[in-house]
Write a protein that binds this ligand. Structure first.
Ligand code: GUN
Ligand code: ZN
Length: 433
């Protein structure tokens, strides 16, 4: 018997493909299923009676019969230093950054503060069923160290990076093109590919990085082609005007990043709301990813993401919370707001597609679908247990769902949050407190 073997029994839902393209055959459902996990991996999945019959002797059975067992959620864009920025009143992007965010981020000069916030942040992700995230730290290398150390202790698959920013921010939050390069390089060499940790080269955005710094980020990307790149793009009208003034030679906002060599299949661009046609074409041609951040885009009054336009053009899309411009850690609540944004654009988003996006879809966007995002033998055992009757109002609404799985999934999207997440397994271990 293996001490780390465990059986998780419940109603299993997992996707093998995008239901928007492949239809509902892409959704696998077992009404009384079980997952055998061992040493952090999924060893078997199937009908409960079969998995239980073949189980290693003495392996504990976590019986979640009646609840849904799914892959853990993946958040493609979030800022861990902004846990105490959420809900800052009354400003749009540029004022919000200067008046609230840059004030809070200065506290990450202190290692103790970094460690405390990293612990809180990861606990909150787990509470909400998010097992992988692509994370911005601050300009301070110690903010990255603290985040990766806490992620490593938890055993979670996390991607993060030091924000590079050498202008238009308080002195205490500025590096230089050279220091940003040197510090990022040292962090990449220390952390990238260590266990379940990966690194994202993180020039914050074209407003706070000079041309020289963007080029330094491009040099890092060439030196470390396996590292990710993350930044912000076309979020807010005033931001876009400012970028045009700062880079008069660029054809458009994305061109600023393109000239620095920052586009590609491992690049994730947050927001992508006000894209010009040429930018949509360049995102598609380079297989770059656009991250839809609905609660942030609504909270900061940034605009409505046009998912159908991007998908039609062949742009890879991901879903993300963008805490603390975003207002909650829950991918369920994020998807609920995303659904409403798409409604305003007269676009549909069926529940199956929403759950695909939060799991395998986002795993594909991050190039991680060989490891996470679905419940299959050999994949990493990041699993969540969801209860569509978690609150009185949800239980009441579920009386009329009448065994319809799509209706149940849509109740979870519309009404669910951390309370609907009964358990979160990280590499096979239950971690929700
Ligand atoms: N653009 C540059 N930095 C940020 C940030 O921290 N949050 C959001 N929403 N947009 C940004
Ligand atoms: Zn962001």
């Amino acid at each position: 018997m293996s001490a780390s073997a465990r059986i998780i029994r419940g109603r299993i839902v997992s996707f093998t493909d995008d239901p928007a393209a492949a239809g509902l055959s892409a959704r696998h459902y077992l009404d009384d299923g079980a997952v055998l996990v061992r040493d952090g991996l999924i060893e078997a999945v199937g009908e409960a009676r079969d998995v239980l019959a073949d189980a290693p002797e003495g392996a504990p059975v976590d019986d979640h019969s009646g609840s849904l067992v799914m892959p853990g959620f993946i958040d493609a864009h979030i800022h861990y230093p902004q846990t105490q920025v959420i809900g800052s009143y009354g400003a749009q992007l540029l004022d919000w950054l200067h008046n609230y965010t840059f004030v809070e981020e200065q506290k990450f000069a202190d290692h103790g503060h970094c460690a405390r916030i990293a612990e809180f942040f990861l606990e909150e992700l787990i509470r909400c069923g998010t097992t992988t995230a692509m994370v911005y730290c601050t300009v301070h290398p110690q903010s990255v160290e603290a985040f990766f150390a806490a992620s490593e202790r938890l055993g979670a698959r996390m991607i993060a990076g030091k924000t590079m920013m050498d202008r238009d921010a308080p002195e205490a939050l500025r590096d230089t093109a050279e220091r940003g390069y040197d510090e990022s390089k040292a962090l990449i060499e220390r952390w990238r590919g260590r266990g379940r940790i990966d690194y994202a080269i993180t020039p914050r955005f074209a407003v706070t990085s000079s041309q020289a710094q963007l080029e330094a980020a491009g040099a890092l990307a060439r030196e470390f082609p396996e590292a990710y790149i993350q930044t912000h793009l076309d979020e807010n009208d005033a931001e876009i005007e400012l970028v045009a003034r700062l880079f008069p030679g660029a054809r458009n906002y994305l061109d600023v990043y393109d000239r620095a060599g920052l586009l590609g299949p491992r690049s994730v661009f947050g927001h992508c709301i006000h894209l010009k046609e040429a930018e949509v074409g360049a995102l598609a041609a380079t297989r770059s990813v656009a991250a839809f951040c609905p609660t942030s885009n609504l909270f900061l009054g940034s605009g409505l993401f046009d998912q159908a336009r991007l998908v039609r053009a062949g742009v890879r899309v991901a879903l993300a919370t963008d805490v603390g411009g975003g207002t909650c850690y829950s991918m369920l609540r994020t998807a609920a707001e995303g659904y409403k944004v798409l409604q305003l654009n007269r676009q549909s988003w069926p529940a199956a597609q929403v759950f695909y996006r939060m799991t395998l879809g986002n795993a594909r966007a991050l190039g991680l679908d060989d490891r996470i995002g679905s419940i299959e033998a050999g994949k990493e055992a990041d699993l969540i247990v969801l209860d569509a009757r978690a609150t009185p109002a949800m239980a009441h609404r579920m009386e009329t769902a009448k065994g319809d799985l799509d209706a149940e999934l849509f109740v979870l999207v519309t009404m669910g949050d951390d309370r609907a997440v009964r358990q979160t397994y990280v590499a096979g271990a239950p971690r929700k407190l």
